[in-house]
Write a protein that binds this ligand. Structure first.
Ligand code: SF4
Length: 431
Protein backbone atom coordinates (compact mmCIF):
# COMPACT_ATOMS: atom_id res chain seq x y z
CA UNK A 1 0.00 0.00 0.00
CA UNK A 2 1.37 3.44 -0.91
CA UNK A 3 1.72 5.62 2.15
CA UNK A 4 0.89 9.34 2.25
CA UNK A 5 4.16 11.26 2.48
CA UNK A 6 4.81 14.02 5.04
CA UNK A 7 7.76 16.40 5.07
CA UNK A 8 8.79 18.59 8.02
CA UNK A 9 10.63 21.87 7.68
CA UNK A 10 11.75 23.07 11.10
CA UNK A 11 13.25 26.44 11.97
CA UNK A 12 14.51 27.87 15.23
CA UNK A 13 15.28 26.41 18.61
CA UNK A 14 15.65 22.98 20.24
CA UNK A 15 12.06 23.18 21.46
CA UNK A 16 10.85 23.44 17.85
CA UNK A 17 13.04 20.49 16.86
CA UNK A 18 11.56 18.44 19.72
CA UNK A 19 8.01 19.38 18.74
CA UNK A 20 8.62 18.47 15.09
CA UNK A 21 9.98 15.08 16.16
CA UNK A 22 6.90 14.54 18.29
CA UNK A 23 4.52 15.52 15.45
CA UNK A 24 6.45 13.33 12.97
CA UNK A 25 5.95 10.42 15.34
CA UNK A 26 2.20 11.11 15.47
CA UNK A 27 2.10 10.89 11.65
CA UNK A 28 4.14 7.66 11.61
CA UNK A 29 1.92 6.08 14.24
CA UNK A 30 -1.05 6.85 11.98
CA UNK A 31 0.55 5.09 9.00
CA UNK A 32 2.11 8.04 7.14
CA UNK A 33 5.65 8.07 5.77
CA UNK A 34 7.86 10.92 6.97
CA UNK A 35 10.35 11.83 4.23
CA UNK A 36 13.41 14.08 4.19
CA UNK A 37 13.62 14.70 0.42
CA UNK A 38 11.37 14.50 -2.62
CA UNK A 39 7.82 15.73 -3.12
CA UNK A 40 5.44 15.17 -0.19
CA UNK A 41 1.64 15.17 0.07
CA UNK A 42 1.70 17.08 3.36
CA UNK A 43 4.17 19.78 4.41
CA UNK A 44 4.51 20.91 8.01
CA UNK A 45 6.50 24.12 8.44
CA UNK A 46 7.37 24.69 12.10
CA UNK A 47 8.26 28.38 12.18
CA UNK A 48 10.38 30.74 14.31
CA UNK A 49 10.15 34.44 15.05
CA UNK A 50 12.86 35.02 17.64
CA UNK A 51 14.90 37.19 15.24
CA UNK A 52 14.09 38.96 12.00
CA UNK A 53 16.17 36.34 10.18
CA UNK A 54 14.21 33.49 11.78
CA UNK A 55 10.96 35.10 10.66
CA UNK A 56 12.05 35.75 7.07
CA UNK A 57 13.51 32.23 6.70
CA UNK A 58 10.22 30.81 7.99
CA UNK A 59 8.27 32.78 5.41
CA UNK A 60 10.64 31.61 2.68
CA UNK A 61 10.10 27.98 3.72
CA UNK A 62 6.30 28.36 3.71
CA UNK A 63 6.50 29.63 0.13
CA UNK A 64 8.98 26.95 -0.92
CA UNK A 65 6.74 24.21 0.46
CA UNK A 66 3.74 25.59 -1.44
CA UNK A 67 5.79 25.79 -4.67
CA UNK A 68 7.09 22.24 -4.21
CA UNK A 69 3.57 20.82 -4.26
CA UNK A 70 0.93 23.41 -5.18
CA UNK A 71 -1.87 20.85 -4.61
CA UNK A 72 -0.50 19.35 -1.38
CA UNK A 73 -1.60 20.12 2.15
CA UNK A 74 0.41 22.90 3.79
CA UNK A 75 0.33 23.09 7.60
CA UNK A 76 2.04 25.97 9.37
CA UNK A 77 2.75 25.88 13.08
CA UNK A 78 5.13 27.53 15.57
CA UNK A 79 5.94 31.07 16.64
CA UNK A 80 5.62 32.95 13.32
CA UNK A 81 2.22 31.36 12.76
CA UNK A 82 1.21 32.51 16.22
CA UNK A 83 2.39 36.13 15.93
CA UNK A 84 1.82 36.82 12.21
CA UNK A 85 -1.44 34.91 11.69
CA UNK A 86 -3.23 37.90 10.17
CA UNK A 87 -0.57 38.42 7.53
CA UNK A 88 -0.24 34.71 6.74
CA UNK A 89 -4.01 34.42 6.30
CA UNK A 90 -4.01 37.25 3.79
CA UNK A 91 -0.83 36.56 1.87
CA UNK A 92 -0.20 32.80 1.88
CA UNK A 93 -2.21 29.81 0.76
CA UNK A 94 -2.18 27.73 3.97
CA UNK A 95 -4.45 24.74 4.67
CA UNK A 96 -3.80 24.20 8.37
CA UNK A 97 -2.82 27.30 10.31
CA UNK A 98 -2.10 26.45 13.93
CA UNK A 99 0.26 28.31 16.21
CA UNK A 100 1.69 26.88 19.37
CA UNK A 101 -1.26 24.65 20.23
CA UNK A 102 -3.41 22.00 18.45
CA UNK A 103 -0.23 20.20 17.42
CA UNK A 104 -1.48 17.05 19.10
CA UNK A 105 -4.36 17.10 16.53
CA UNK A 106 -2.17 17.80 13.50
CA UNK A 107 -2.72 14.42 11.81
CA UNK A 108 -6.52 14.74 11.86
CA UNK A 109 -6.39 18.38 10.76
CA UNK A 110 -4.17 17.52 7.75
CA UNK A 111 -6.46 14.59 6.86
CA UNK A 112 -9.41 17.01 6.82
CA UNK A 113 -7.38 19.46 4.71
CA UNK A 114 -6.62 16.74 2.13
CA UNK A 115 -10.41 16.33 1.82
CA UNK A 116 -10.79 20.10 1.33
CA UNK A 117 -11.55 21.37 4.85
CA UNK A 118 -9.09 24.04 5.94
CA UNK A 119 -8.28 24.91 9.57
CA UNK A 120 -7.46 28.30 11.05
CA UNK A 121 -7.13 27.83 14.80
CA UNK A 122 -5.00 30.66 16.10
CA UNK A 123 -5.96 32.52 19.26
CA UNK A 124 -4.05 34.95 21.47
CA UNK A 125 -1.12 33.03 22.99
CA UNK A 126 -1.85 34.63 26.37
CA UNK A 127 -5.03 32.53 26.54
CA UNK A 128 -3.12 29.23 26.31
CA UNK A 129 -2.95 27.84 29.83
CA UNK A 130 -2.30 24.10 29.42
CA UNK A 131 0.91 22.28 28.52
CA UNK A 132 0.18 20.44 25.28
CA UNK A 133 1.26 16.80 25.70
CA UNK A 134 2.56 15.39 22.40
CA UNK A 135 3.38 11.93 23.74
CA UNK A 136 6.60 10.13 24.51
CA UNK A 137 9.02 10.61 21.63
CA UNK A 138 11.14 7.69 20.37
CA UNK A 139 14.05 8.87 18.27
CA UNK A 140 16.58 7.23 16.02
CA UNK A 141 19.99 8.83 16.33
CA UNK A 142 20.62 7.35 19.79
CA UNK A 143 23.17 9.76 21.23
CA UNK A 144 21.52 12.93 22.54
CA UNK A 145 17.78 13.41 23.06
CA UNK A 146 15.77 16.42 24.18
CA UNK A 147 12.90 16.31 26.62
CA UNK A 148 10.56 19.28 26.58
CA UNK A 149 9.66 20.07 30.17
CA UNK A 150 7.81 23.37 29.84
CA UNK A 151 6.43 25.91 27.41
CA UNK A 152 5.99 29.69 27.55
CA UNK A 153 7.62 32.59 29.36
CA UNK A 154 6.30 35.30 31.69
CA UNK A 155 9.35 37.55 31.60
CA UNK A 156 8.63 39.96 28.75
CA UNK A 157 12.21 41.06 28.13
CA UNK A 158 11.72 44.26 26.15
CA UNK A 159 13.37 42.96 22.94
CA UNK A 160 11.71 39.54 22.84
CA UNK A 161 8.62 38.36 21.04
CA UNK A 162 8.56 34.89 22.56
CA UNK A 163 6.01 35.57 25.35
CA UNK A 164 3.61 36.81 22.64
CA UNK A 165 4.27 33.71 20.56
CA UNK A 166 4.42 31.03 23.24
CA UNK A 167 2.13 32.44 25.92
CA UNK A 168 2.54 32.04 29.69
CA UNK A 169 4.59 29.36 31.50
CA UNK A 170 3.05 25.86 31.35
CA UNK A 171 4.92 23.01 33.02
CA UNK A 172 4.77 19.44 31.83
CA UNK A 173 3.71 16.88 34.40
CA UNK A 174 6.58 15.30 36.30
CA UNK A 175 5.24 11.82 35.58
CA UNK A 176 5.38 12.42 31.78
CA UNK A 177 8.91 13.82 32.06
CA UNK A 178 9.99 10.75 34.03
CA UNK A 179 8.29 8.44 31.54
CA UNK A 180 10.06 10.09 28.60
CA UNK A 181 13.41 10.05 30.44
CA UNK A 182 13.05 6.29 31.09
CA UNK A 183 12.15 5.72 27.42
CA UNK A 184 15.21 7.64 26.27
CA UNK A 185 17.37 5.60 28.61
CA UNK A 186 15.87 2.31 27.38
CA UNK A 187 16.26 3.45 23.75
CA UNK A 188 20.02 3.55 24.40
CA UNK A 189 20.73 7.28 24.52
CA UNK A 190 23.79 8.63 26.32
CA UNK A 191 22.62 12.17 26.94
CA UNK A 192 19.40 14.01 27.77
CA UNK A 193 18.86 17.73 27.26
CA UNK A 194 16.11 19.31 29.33
CA UNK A 195 14.57 21.91 27.10
CA UNK A 196 11.74 24.42 26.97
CA UNK A 197 11.18 28.12 26.42
CA UNK A 198 12.15 29.21 29.94
CA UNK A 199 13.03 26.08 31.89
CA UNK A 200 14.01 28.08 34.97
CA UNK A 201 10.30 28.88 35.38
CA UNK A 202 9.37 25.19 35.63
CA UNK A 203 6.69 24.73 38.29
CA UNK A 204 5.57 28.36 38.50
CA UNK A 205 2.10 27.42 37.22
CA UNK A 206 1.77 24.28 39.35
CA UNK A 207 0.13 23.96 42.73
CA UNK A 208 2.90 21.72 43.95
CA UNK A 209 5.94 23.59 45.24
CA UNK A 210 8.46 22.18 42.74
CA UNK A 211 11.00 23.68 40.38
CA UNK A 212 13.68 22.82 37.84
CA UNK A 213 16.01 21.35 40.45
CA UNK A 214 13.31 18.78 41.37
CA UNK A 215 12.99 17.84 37.68
CA UNK A 216 16.74 17.30 37.32
CA UNK A 217 16.85 15.17 40.48
CA UNK A 218 13.94 13.01 39.32
CA UNK A 219 15.35 12.58 35.80
CA UNK A 220 18.72 11.57 37.22
CA UNK A 221 17.05 9.07 39.56
CA UNK A 222 15.29 7.25 36.70
CA UNK A 223 18.13 7.34 34.17
CA UNK A 224 20.97 6.00 36.29
CA UNK A 225 23.76 8.41 35.53
CA UNK A 226 23.40 9.18 31.81
CA UNK A 227 24.43 12.74 31.05
CA UNK A 228 21.86 15.42 31.74
CA UNK A 229 22.34 18.80 30.11
CA UNK A 230 20.27 21.89 30.76
CA UNK A 231 18.91 24.42 28.30
CA UNK A 232 19.28 28.14 28.88
CA UNK A 233 19.08 29.38 32.49
CA UNK A 234 18.64 32.76 34.13
CA UNK A 235 21.18 33.90 36.75
CA UNK A 236 18.45 34.67 39.32
CA UNK A 237 17.57 31.00 39.61
CA UNK A 238 21.13 29.99 40.51
CA UNK A 239 20.48 30.25 44.24
CA UNK A 240 22.71 28.68 46.87
CA UNK A 241 20.13 25.95 47.38
CA UNK A 242 20.00 25.22 43.62
CA UNK A 243 23.79 24.91 43.44
CA UNK A 244 24.00 22.79 46.61
CA UNK A 245 21.42 20.31 45.30
CA UNK A 246 22.71 20.41 41.69
CA UNK A 247 26.24 19.49 42.80
CA UNK A 248 24.93 16.18 44.18
CA UNK A 249 23.08 15.11 41.02
CA UNK A 250 24.62 12.15 39.24
CA UNK A 251 25.13 12.79 35.53
CA UNK A 252 24.44 16.56 35.55
CA UNK A 253 26.83 18.11 33.03
CA UNK A 254 29.02 20.93 34.35
CA UNK A 255 27.96 23.27 31.57
CA UNK A 256 25.58 26.10 32.38
CA UNK A 257 24.19 28.40 29.75
CA UNK A 258 23.40 31.60 31.62
CA UNK A 259 21.90 34.22 29.34
CA UNK A 260 23.67 37.51 30.06
CA UNK A 261 22.46 39.64 27.10
CA UNK A 262 24.45 42.64 28.37
CA UNK A 263 27.12 43.21 30.99
CA UNK A 264 26.03 46.84 31.45
CA UNK A 265 23.42 47.50 34.15
CA UNK A 266 21.87 50.44 32.31
CA UNK A 267 21.28 48.26 29.23
CA UNK A 268 20.03 45.33 31.33
CA UNK A 269 17.40 47.64 32.84
CA UNK A 270 16.29 48.86 29.41
CA UNK A 271 16.06 45.22 28.33
CA UNK A 272 13.83 44.49 31.36
CA UNK A 273 16.16 41.73 32.51
CA UNK A 274 15.63 41.04 36.18
CA UNK A 275 19.23 40.94 37.45
CA UNK A 276 22.33 43.10 37.62
CA UNK A 277 25.81 42.32 36.32
CA UNK A 278 26.89 41.87 39.97
CA UNK A 279 24.17 39.25 40.58
CA UNK A 280 25.21 37.46 37.40
CA UNK A 281 28.79 37.35 38.66
CA UNK A 282 27.70 35.89 42.02
CA UNK A 283 25.76 33.14 40.21
CA UNK A 284 28.86 32.27 38.18
CA UNK A 285 31.07 32.24 41.26
CA UNK A 286 28.68 29.89 43.07
CA UNK A 287 28.62 27.50 40.12
CA UNK A 288 32.38 27.55 39.78
CA UNK A 289 32.83 26.77 43.46
CA UNK A 290 30.61 23.70 43.18
CA UNK A 291 31.56 22.38 39.72
CA UNK A 292 35.23 22.04 38.91
CA UNK A 293 36.11 23.16 35.36
CA UNK A 294 32.49 24.01 34.62
CA UNK A 295 31.81 25.82 31.38
CA UNK A 296 29.77 28.99 31.61
CA UNK A 297 28.31 29.82 28.22
CA UNK A 298 26.07 32.74 27.30
CA UNK A 299 24.13 34.88 24.82
CA UNK A 300 24.93 38.53 24.29
CA UNK A 301 23.05 41.20 22.35
CA UNK A 302 25.08 44.11 20.96
CA UNK A 303 23.66 47.40 19.72
CA UNK A 304 20.50 47.43 21.83
CA UNK A 305 18.74 50.83 21.43
CA UNK A 306 20.55 53.43 23.53
CA UNK A 307 23.68 51.27 24.02
CA UNK A 308 26.44 53.92 23.98
CA UNK A 309 30.11 53.26 23.27
CA UNK A 310 30.73 53.39 27.02
CA UNK A 311 27.89 50.91 27.70
CA UNK A 312 29.32 48.53 25.13
CA UNK A 313 32.80 48.84 26.67
CA UNK A 314 31.31 48.09 30.10
CA UNK A 315 29.55 45.03 28.70
CA UNK A 316 32.71 43.82 26.95
CA UNK A 317 34.84 44.29 30.09
CA UNK A 318 32.29 42.36 32.13
CA UNK A 319 32.34 39.44 29.67
CA UNK A 320 36.13 39.32 29.86
CA UNK A 321 35.97 39.38 33.65
CA UNK A 322 33.62 36.37 33.63
CA UNK A 323 35.65 34.49 30.98
CA UNK A 324 32.95 32.60 29.10
CA UNK A 325 33.72 29.22 27.58
CA UNK A 326 31.48 30.02 24.63
CA UNK A 327 29.32 32.96 23.55
CA UNK A 328 26.50 33.42 21.07
CA UNK A 329 26.57 37.03 19.95
CA UNK A 330 23.62 38.68 18.24
CA UNK A 331 23.29 42.17 16.83
CA UNK A 332 20.02 43.61 18.16
CA UNK A 333 17.18 43.07 15.70
CA UNK A 334 13.90 44.98 15.95
CA UNK A 335 10.87 42.79 16.67
CA UNK A 336 7.70 44.75 15.97
CA UNK A 337 5.19 44.57 18.80
CA UNK A 338 7.84 44.55 21.54
CA UNK A 339 8.63 47.46 23.89
CA UNK A 340 12.17 47.83 22.57
CA UNK A 341 10.85 48.42 19.04
CA UNK A 342 9.55 51.77 20.30
CA UNK A 343 12.77 52.84 22.03
CA UNK A 344 14.65 55.86 20.65
CA UNK A 345 18.40 56.04 19.91
CA UNK A 346 18.71 53.02 17.66
CA UNK A 347 22.29 52.01 17.04
CA UNK A 348 23.38 52.23 13.37
CA UNK A 349 23.93 48.88 11.60
CA UNK A 350 27.61 49.67 10.95
CA UNK A 351 28.21 50.23 14.70
CA UNK A 352 26.32 47.03 15.57
CA UNK A 353 28.46 45.09 13.11
CA UNK A 354 31.70 46.51 14.49
CA UNK A 355 30.63 45.66 18.06
CA UNK A 356 29.63 42.19 16.93
CA UNK A 357 33.05 41.56 15.36
CA UNK A 358 34.86 42.93 18.40
CA UNK A 359 32.90 40.60 20.68
CA UNK A 360 33.39 37.60 18.37
CA UNK A 361 37.18 38.11 18.61
CA UNK A 362 36.96 38.41 22.40
CA UNK A 363 34.77 35.30 22.59
CA UNK A 364 37.34 33.31 20.55
CA UNK A 365 40.11 34.43 22.97
CA UNK A 366 38.00 33.44 25.99
CA UNK A 367 37.22 30.06 24.50
CA UNK A 368 40.93 29.47 23.85
CA UNK A 369 41.77 30.40 27.48
CA UNK A 370 39.11 28.04 28.75
CA UNK A 371 40.11 25.14 26.51
CA UNK A 372 43.87 25.41 26.96
CA UNK A 373 43.41 24.47 30.62
CA UNK A 374 42.66 20.93 29.48
CA UNK A 375 45.95 20.30 27.64
CA UNK A 376 47.65 17.29 29.21
CA UNK A 377 44.52 16.30 31.16
CA UNK A 378 42.19 13.35 30.71
CA UNK A 379 38.57 14.11 29.78
CA UNK A 380 35.49 11.96 29.14
CA UNK A 381 34.18 12.36 25.60
CA UNK A 382 30.91 11.16 24.13
CA UNK A 383 31.85 10.52 20.49
CA UNK A 384 29.25 11.26 17.85
CA UNK A 385 30.55 11.51 14.30
CA UNK A 386 33.42 10.72 11.98
CA UNK A 387 34.90 12.69 9.09
CA UNK A 388 38.00 11.63 7.15
CA UNK A 389 39.13 9.23 9.86
CA UNK A 390 38.71 11.79 12.66
CA UNK A 391 36.05 11.23 15.32
CA UNK A 392 34.52 14.15 17.19
CA UNK A 393 32.47 14.32 20.33
CA UNK A 394 31.69 16.45 23.33
CA UNK A 395 33.01 16.55 26.87
CA UNK A 396 30.51 16.87 29.70
CA UNK A 397 31.25 20.61 29.72
CA UNK A 398 30.38 20.78 26.03
CA UNK A 399 33.81 21.22 24.52
CA UNK A 400 34.43 19.51 21.21
CA UNK A 401 37.24 16.94 21.14
CA UNK A 402 38.63 15.31 17.99
CA UNK A 403 40.52 12.03 17.83
CA UNK A 404 42.10 10.25 14.90
CA UNK A 405 41.27 6.54 14.93
CA UNK A 406 40.05 3.76 12.67
CA UNK A 407 37.84 2.39 15.46
CA UNK A 408 34.09 3.11 15.31
CA UNK A 409 33.47 5.38 18.31
CA UNK A 410 29.88 6.41 17.59
CA UNK A 411 27.92 6.68 20.81
CA UNK A 412 30.85 5.60 22.99
CA UNK A 413 32.02 7.59 26.01
CA UNK A 414 35.80 7.30 26.40
CA UNK A 415 38.43 8.83 28.61
CA UNK A 416 41.01 10.48 26.34
CA UNK A 417 44.14 12.54 26.94
CA UNK A 418 44.05 16.07 25.50
CA UNK A 419 47.14 17.12 23.55
CA UNK A 420 46.31 20.72 22.63
CA UNK A 421 43.72 23.27 21.59
CA UNK A 422 43.23 23.73 17.86
CA UNK A 423 42.42 27.46 17.48
CA UNK A 424 41.49 27.18 13.83
CA UNK A 425 38.80 24.57 14.40
CA UNK A 426 38.05 25.72 17.96
CA UNK A 427 38.30 22.25 19.44
CA UNK A 428 40.56 20.06 21.56
CA UNK A 429 42.78 17.45 19.96
CA UNK A 430 43.11 14.14 21.78
CA UNK A 431 46.01 11.69 21.73
S1 SF4 B 1 13.39 35.20 29.28
FE1 SF4 B 1 13.29 37.02 28.00
S2 SF4 B 1 14.51 36.43 26.19
FE2 SF4 B 1 13.97 34.51 27.21
S3 SF4 B 1 12.07 33.83 26.18
FE3 SF4 B 1 11.48 35.02 28.03
S4 SF4 B 1 11.17 37.09 27.27
FE4 SF4 B 1 12.34 36.00 25.71
Amino acid sequence: MIKIKVKFITLGCKTNIYESEAMAQLFEESGYEVIKSGIADIYVVNTCTVTGTGASKSLKMIRRARRENPNGCLAVTGCLAQTEAERLRKEENIDVLIGNEHRADIVGLCEEALKGKKTDAIRDAREITEFEELGIVHRQHRIRAEIKIEDGCNNFCSYCKIPYARGPVRSRSMSKIEEEAKTICNDGYSEIVLTGIHIGSYGKDLEENIGLIDVIERVSAVTDGIRIRLGSLEPVMITEEFVRRAAKIKGLCPQFHLSLQSGCNRTLKAMNRHYSAEEFKTAVENLRKAFEDCAITTDLIVGFPGESDDDFEESKRFCEEIGFAQMHIFPYSVREGTLAAKLPNRVPESVKNTRCHTMLRKAADMKKNFCEKFAGKEVDVLFEQEKNGVWSGMTANYTEVRKKTKENLRGKTLKVKVLEYDSENECLIAE
